[in-house]
Design a protein around this ligand. Structure first.
Ligand SMILES: [Mn+2]
Length: 495
């Protein structure tokens, strides 16, 4: 296919070496007028009053990149270039995570070396991982730290409710899994060799400071790479395009493919959390599903795809024959082209997107419920054991009960061949893929009602308004969705 375009790589080459987003004082002041600067606690309380989880996600994201406005960020910066936000407010991200919490987690939780925590060092150009086997107890971990090693906590969302909450909100902004790692680095040391990653990275400086250097992708092939790089030598990476000291409250964003390294200054430790997203979330990743499925369908429906290969094709095709001037090669290649051109006719794009969505729902963190949501969902149902008997009967749903999905993205209808399934995130684990994908088959008489419920979000609808054939069906469906934690009610249910 012939296409005139400016390659992403050449685009990077013309970007100003110092990003214009190095926010000046005046810009911050201008932005303050539009969005108030709030603490994380205040933001989270605020979000609780927003009924639409997608709006919550957008607001959370705005708070993270503040004062950079969202629309220009996604237009000019996202997947294109790094951005550094100097905030001059060490408390901006306060409450998200801290070294004190790190210490608390080591004491109270079962943190395993190599699974939840890595001990690393990078000295004289040599990168080492020093994980002993077993549980990471403070005694050993702090000894490593004192001797100059960096600590990387791999899934802080499993141990910190705040990180879990923030990521579970953000995943709806990205439509792609939001992950995080926490990095604690002793003064005067560096924990990692220069490298690039396969994710969009938001480095949120929580404590102390760190000297960061960010470098352009080295070639066209390393722009928006599919895989992370190995460790590089200093001589491999050229000159940094960004050279900054991140202080508490500051933010550094860089796209996948941008090489980076962070080193602590002699006078301060550094604690940061890197929030990441968009791993394997490219057009190509979707096309893998589209093309695979299109070919399956084409083979079922089009005899041209089922006709046999020429008897002698191995004698003129293949690498060993690729330099041959043989007219049969041209004929063979043109037949390949004809078949390729037919594939779009069979491409089940919506079904492929459903496959992608299914993967995403499996990757998702379960939602963190607000007190109101807890009181109106299965998790907070008031049934309990008291005084030797079950107190309060299981509450019941009537046609007057008002219901709504717990989150815009907590459930999704996907067709699996003949059957329709509802996939949902509410029974997922805080630990990545610890649970199998959760789904339930939706009977044909219920699909319209589930779709209605999904499309009614964020409004509540009465159970009686669900487009089902009978009241019995309506109640049965609502009870099923309530039990799975997919919906909650407008008011706490009465027994
Ligand atoms: Mn990295």
């Amino acid at each position: 296919m012939e296409r005139k375009h400016m390659s992403a790589f050449s685009l990077y080459q013309i970007l100003p070496p110092q990003p214009p987003s190095n926010v000046k004082k005046t810009d911050v002041k201008k932005a303050e007028k539009c969005v108030s600067i709030e603490s994380l606690d205040a933001v989270l309380v605020d979000l609780g009053s927003i009924s639409n989880s997608r709006e919550r996600a957008a607001k959370m994201f705005k708070w993270i990149i503040h004062p950079v406005p969202e629309a220009p960020f996604f237009r000019d910066t996202w997947e294109k270039k790094p951005i550094y936000v100097r905030r001059r407010n060490p408390d901006y991200y306060k409450g998200l995570f801290s070294t004190a919490e790190f210490d608390r987690i080591l004491r109270e939780e079962n943190v395993q070396f190599g699974v939840n925590l890595d001990v690393t060092s990078y000295t004289n150009g040599k990168r080492e991982t020093l994980n002993p086997p077993g549980r990471a107890l403070p005694f050993t971990v702090w000894d490593f730290y004192e001797s100059g090693c960096s600590l990387r906590m791999l899934n802080p969302q499993a141990f910190s409710s705040t990180v879990w909450n923030v990521l579970s909100i953000l995943q709806e902004q990205f439509g792609s899994m939001a992950g995080a790692n926490v990095y604690l680095t002793p003064p005067g040391t560096q924990g990692f060799a220069p490298h690039y990653d396969d994710i969009e990275a938001f480095v949120v400086q929580l404590e102390g400071k760190k000297h960061w250097r960010v470098y352009n992708p080295r070639s066209e092939e390393e722009v928006l790479p599919v895989f992370s790089s190995p460790n590089f030598d200093q001589s491999d990476i050229g000159k940094p395009i960004l050279d900054v000291v991140l202080e508490a409250g500051d933010l550094l964003y860089f796209p996948r493919g941008f090489i980076h390294q962070g080193r602590c200054l002699p006078d301060a430790h550094s604690l940061h959390i890197t929030i990441s997203s968009f791993q394997k979330n490219s057009w190509g990743d979707l096309m893998q599903k589209v093309v695979t499925a299109a070919l399956e369908i084409a083979m079922e429906e089009d005899v041209e795809f089922r006709k046999g290969l020429p008897l002698d094709y191995l004698t003129y095709m293949g690498v060993q024959n690729s330099d041959k001037k043989d007219p049969r090669r041209e004929k063979f290649l043109s037949q390949i082209e004809n078949l390729m051109k037919k594939l779009p006719d069979y491409a089940p794009v919506d079904a492929a997107v459903d496959q992608k969505a299914k993967d995403f729902l499996h990757d998702c963190l379960p939602p963190v419920l607000t007190p109101d949501e807890l009181a109106t969902s299965v998790q907070g149902a008031p049934v309990r054991w008291e005084d030797g008997r079950v107190k309060a009967m299981a509450p019941h749903i009537t046609t007057q009960t008002q219901i709504k999905l717990l989150r815009a993205g907590c459930a999704r209808l996907c067709s699996d061949g003949d059957a329709v399934h509802l996939y949902y995130t509410t029974d997922n684990s805080r630990v990545y893929h610890k649970e199998e994908p959760k789904s339930c088959e939706v009977q044909a008489e219920h699909t319209d009602a589930v779709e209605f419920l999904i499309h009614s979000y964020p409004s509540f609808v009465t159970v009686g308004s669900l487009p089902c054939d009978s009241t019995q069906d309506r109640i049965a469906l609502a009870e099923l969705l309530f039990e799975k934690g997919i919906i909650h009610t407008a008011e706490p249910l009465q027994s």
